[in-house]
Design a protein around this ligand. Structure first.
Ligand code: PLP
Length: 441
């Protein structure tokens, strides 16, 4: 067990896992079990009645996942975490943990395309309305609040704009109304800690930088333990009204009484949402993510320093008309990366290749080392053309609102040697400016 606040140490020693209790194994074992033997009928009844905490069934908890949960919670300076089957499940659960039919929440317009589909279409079908606020002015969030607004939602480092979200400014507004801010910190683990700036909950696609090797899909929900769910009972009914699905418990007051910790959000997500909706993270996948997490702080340093070098190179290349990176914005927006990021500005870079869609396509096809994939945050360098792929289900209007122009290419810079990354980009950019061979012959 470590009390260290350094991410490099937390990634290896965070939480209370020192060795496996049964075998003394230092590496975290994979507990491939669905169920756990109860010691007695009283023990079983206590576990189900939340009088005692312990393992019941792997849909709801698992010892391998528990190690990962404690480590990601420590990494984000949170109090508790719940892992789920994907980043999408993490976002879904985070919203459904505070919203029910007839409620609304306010989200930043700068979002991953899959999250837009979830918020605009799927949650709408469940009677939950997403209201979109432009994050360039934090006051836009306040304008959309009404009596049924339950939370704010945003990404710390959203692509394609790559403008860092004003975490403290928006969470301060929310806290005046007992509205928690949920931050998706997928693109900036280690370099940003949203909970330190007032966010109440962090979600992660663990698939990305934390898993880091492009091998496992997973999600995490981290409860900051810094939000009073009982302060305004009308604002947060799911935490203050008796829950008929759990013997009339009021989560906001019961969980701190039972556990001694302000972790009502995490407990409710686990025992209600994982119980009812399923979508747990398989322990094998939790193990894969634990392997990635161990070196995530080290990799983030290399991702970020490579990205800075690539940005310098791209700014000078004749076939690049625009480079998008958190520090290249103007005024207040650029200041946000200084305010919220420590130790780097992330691995994501956007470029406009000179010559629009056709040149963008040629560029992608000419890349030799970069992979052309939908993922971000792999140890390998990746590239994609969002308008025809990740964001292709959005309408033209939604595309432009999301900042996806036709020639935009997203790069996720890996941890290879920076010279090799730049060499590959250079040859592909040169190729993007050359006439089509077929047209010449
Ligand atoms: N949030 C962000 C910022 C993402 O980029 C993604 C996936 O690309 C997700 C959430 C969804 O994560 P997953 O693919 O693990 O479901």
């Amino acid at each position: 067990m470590t009390k260290s606040k350094h991410p490099e140490t937390i990634a290896l020693h965070g939480g209370d896992y020192r060795k496996d209790q049964a075998t003394n194994s230092v590496a975290v074992p994979i507990y491939r079990t669905t169920s756990y033997q109860f010691d007695s009928t009283e023990h079983a009844a206590n576990l189900f009645g939340l009088k005692e905490f312990g393992n019941i069934y792997t849909r709801i908890m698992n010892p391998t996942n528990d190690v990962l949960e404690k480590r990601i919670s420590a990494l984000e300076n949170g109090l508790a975490a719940v892992t789920v089957g994907s980043g999408q499940a993490a976002s879904t659960f985070a919203i459904m943990n505070v919203c029910q039919s007839g409620d609304n929440f306010i989200s930043s317009t700068d979002l991953y395309g899959g999250t837009v589909s979830l918020f605009t279409h799927t949650l709408k079908k469940l009677g939950i309305e997403c209201r979109y606020a432009d994050p360039s002015d934090p006051a836009n969030f306040e304008k959309l609040i009404d009596d049924r607004t339950r939370c704010f939602y945003a990404e710390t480092l959203p692509n394609p704009y790559l403008r860092v979200f004003p975490i403290k400014e928006v969470s301060d507004i929310g806290r005046k109304y007992s509205i928690p801010l949920i931050m998706d910190n997928t693109a900036s683990p280690v370099i940003c800690k949203p909970l330190d700036h007032g966010a109440a909950v962090v979600v992660h696609s663990l698939t990305k930088f934390i898993g880091g090797h492009g091998t496992v899909i997973g999600g995490g929900i981290i409860d900051g333990g810094n939000f009073d769910w009982t302060k305004d009972p009308k604002r947060q009914p799911l935490f203050n009204e008796p829950d008929a699905s759990y013997g009339g418990v009021k989560w906001g007051e019961a969980v701190p009484q039972l556990t001694g910790a302000n972790v009502s959000f995490a407990v409710r997500a686990r025992v209600c949402l994982l119980r009812d909706l399923g979508a747990p993270l398989a322990p094998d996948n939790a193990w894969g993510i634990i392997q990635g997490l161990e070196t995530a702080p080290l990799r983030m340093k290399q991702h970020c320093s490579n990205a800075e070098k690539v940005v310098d190179f791209l700014k000078k290349h004749k076939n690049v008309t625009r480079v998008i990176y958190p520090t290249l914005h103007e005024g207040k927006i650029a200041e946000r990366s200084k305010k919220y990021f420590k130790g780097g500005n992330g691995a994501l870079i956007g470029i406009e290749v000179k010559g629009g869609v056709e040149a963008g396509k040629k560029f992608i096809e000419a890349l030799k080392m970069f992979y052309h994939v939908a993922n971000i945050g792999d140890a390998r360098s990746l590239a994609i053309h969002p308008a025809t792929t990740t964001h292709s289900q959005l309408t033209e209007e939604e595309l432009l609102a999301a900042g996806v122009t036709p020639g935009y290419v997203r790069l996720s810079i890996g941890i290879e040697h920076s010279d090799d990354i730049i060499e590959d980009l250079n040859q592909a950019l040169d190729a993007s400016g050359k006439p089509n061979l077929k047209a010449v012959s």
